[in-house]
Design a binder for this molecule. Structure first.
Ligand code: ADP
Length: 603
């Protein structure tokens, strides 16, 4: 079972502030060992221990100018005094031993790339973001932070992922992290200093460095409300850069994700401008423009310690007196990407732009879309240990029925593999088109259709799905929870998956569904439009059922078209299922595009 941690909103936080924080909408899965198939449980690949003397403690400005292995270490003339960590070291448990030969950090260089890929120049990339499967995940960002670095290793990249060391990360991973070092860093406008610990973990050729500070990351879940989150992610952005400096690892590219890491490019071009790191180019990827990290300027100025000139309308300032962390990052990043081409266009319009459309149009020359993929090691119906029955494209038609029957049994639905089972796996928020779904459930229920919902989020949606479960007992099952295993079983056991989003930057659920032979029914927006080709009944082509305007009647029409095919032209439906399973949805193509982007940038 995934560990569920319900969001707690501080009473002092304003409602607007809470709405701005992604944590206000979600529950968090700190994925536990038992959530992962045995083979997926990572083991540390190297014990990385660094003697305290080998690398000096450093504040943000205290730059190591010589490689640790080289001659004497010098620092910037103006660098403040370096101080010892203020948190007791005992708490940061791992023993500090002299680095043995085999203890040298294991880089992805050791993972041989295929010849043609190895022929492209090697690039080093630091990924900085607020969540990453399997350590902590609330949605698609967590999936991407895990799968893309892994795919980039295969594209001849050296990848280091910098994450907060949240307390909710399961002990299974916590205890395998290795102490890498610690230092004190000045953060706030008044020079207040904070401890920065680095705990390291190496897995699948990717190095994960966790920024450790109990004051900021001791909460049960990553996102709470902006009162907590603004200081937390100011600290995280600066500490991530200071940690790279401290480790003397100067990447070609610093790739930041969403507002929680958006201050990284701003710090890099201000407080880190005269450090070795400033040679790196920055990319900021927008996974969801709705979340921007907006708070009043005095608070952000105090916590970030950033100079006054960045609180300008061209950068962080928004409205009369607010600072927008994402907006600042977009202004300072060398390149902006988002997770589909359609969404890259949409966010430059007023409807989808979340008040940043003008800013994005201004920076459109450096904006591009690269669609997400899915990790075939985790999402593979043929090897997925969470499924009742494994299957591939040759066996899907029979085995899906077995998965369906067992799912129906587990969820207390009428067991009948001829029923049309519609799944919905989603955060329950208004982004996901749930108003449309709620409006038409009575019209969908025809005695031959079942609905399985899995999700958590806004009370209003949770309650309405609970209501429908009681109104249509045996035909509707609402799982108001976060549960990885159940998600896998629904992908395998359902016939169709609903994704009728109001907006959808990329969307992963429709990709996973297709790979599991489950036909997506989606609204034509963002990544849904880019990844699902509408079914054409005349040519018997396409991957799913789509509708364009955000209207309940159009969603109902798309569902009815799907049902029509399922009940009346089953051979066409079966071909559609197999076509979906055959579609290439892995990260390989997208990782290649990112690699090309890195090469362009570093040129
Ligand atoms: P978003 O990032 O907007 O939440 P995505 O479609 O990009 O949406 O990613 C959602 C991811 O979270 C998918 O991997 C999906 O399977 C997973 N997910 C969403 N809700 C749940 C849930 N209640 N239980 C398990 N997994 C979930």
């Amino acid at each position: 079972m995934a560990k569920k941690i319900t969001k707690k909103t501080s009473k002092t936080a304003s409602k607007a502030a809470a709405e701005n924080s992604k944590g206000a909408e979600v529950q968090v899965a700190a994925v536990m060992k038992e959530d992962l198939p045995e083979k997926e449980i990572p083991a540390p690949e190297s014990a990385v221990t660094v003697p305290e003397e080998a690398v000096p403690t450093a504040s943000a400005e205290a730059v190591i100018q010589e490689p640790a292995s080289g001659g004497p270490l010098t620092r910037d003339a103006e660098a403040p005094e370096i101080t010892e960590p203020s948190q007791p070291e005992a708490e940061h448990a791992a023993p500090v031993e002299p680095a043995a030969e085999e203890d040298v950090p294991q880089s992805s260089a050791e993972f041989a790339a295929p010849e043609e890929i190895a022929a492209t120049p090697r690039k080093s990339v630091a990924f900085i973001g607020s969540e990453c499967y399997p350590f902590v995940k609330t949605g698609g960002l967590g999936d991407v932070m895990y799968a893309l670095p892994k795919a980039l290793v295969k594209q001849n990249c050296d990848v280091r992922v910098i994450l907060p060391r949240y307390k909710c990360i399961h002990w299974e991973y916590q205890e395998k992290m290795v102490y890498r070092g610690a230092f004190d860093m000045d953060l706030c406008a008044d020079g207040r200093r904070y401890y920065v610990g680095i705990m390291e973990y190496v897995w699948d050729g990717v190095v994960y460095d966790f920024i450790d500070n109990e004051e900021f990351f001791a909460w049960g879940n990553p996102y709470t409300d902006l009162v907590q989150d603004i200081p937390k992610y100011c600290y995280f952005a600066k500490a991530a850069l200071a940690a790279l400096n401290y480790m003397d690892w100067i990447p070609d590219i610093i790739h930041c994700h969403d507002w929680q890491a958006a201050l990284v490019p701003v710090y890099l071009r201000t407080q880190f401008e005269h450090t070795a790191l400033s040679s790196a180019k920055t990319i900021l990827t927008i996974h969801n423009l709705r979340f921007q990290g907006v708070y009043n300027i005095p608070t952000v100025r105090y916590w970030s310690g950033l100079p006054d000139y960045v609180f300008d309308l061209g950068a962080l300032k928004t409205g009369y007196n607010d600072a927008n962390m994402l907006k600042g990052g977009l202004a300072y990043a060398n390149v902006i990407t988002t997770v589909s081409q359609t969404y890259a266009g949409e966010i430059q319009t007023a409807f989808y732009g979340e008040s940043l459309d003008g800013h994005l149009r201004y920076h459109s020359a450096k904006l591009r879309g690269i669609v997400n993929g899915i990790d075939y090691d985790i999402w593979n119906p043929n090897t997925d240990t969470r499924l009742y029955e494994n299957y591939d494209i040759a066996t899907v038609l029979d085995k899906k029925k077995e998965n369906k029957r067992k799912l129906q049994e587990e969820l207390g639905l009428a067991q009948d593999d001829q029923k049309f089972v519609i799944g919905l796996i989603s955060r329950l928020t208004n982004q996901k088109g749930l108003d449309l779904v709620n409006a038409i459930i009575p019209d969908i229920m025809d005695g031959n259709t079942q609905i399985v919902v899995l999700g958590t989020g806004d009370q209003m949606y949770e309650d309405s799905f609970r209501y429908y479960e009681s109104a249509y007992r045996g035909s509707v099952c609402s799982n108001i929870m976060y549960d990885e295993t159940r998600a896998h079983r629904i992908y395998a056991g359902a016939d169709a998956l609903l994704v009728p989003s109001l907006f959808e930057p990329c969307g992963l659920t429709q990709l996973i569904a297709m790979h599991y032979g489950t036909v997506p029914i989606v609204r034509e927006t963002g990544g849904l439009k880019d990844t699902v080709t509408p079914y054409n009944m005349f040519s018997n082509t396409g991957n799913g059922f789509t509708f364009d305007r955000y209207e309940a009647g159009l969603l109902l029409d798309a569902i009815n078209r799907a049902k029509e095919l399922y009940f009346n032209s089953r051979w066409c439906w079966d071909e559609l299922v197999q076509r979906d399973m055959d579609k290439i949805l892995s990260w390989q193509n997208s990782a290649k595009q990112y690699k090309e982007l890195y090469l362009d940038l570093a040129r």
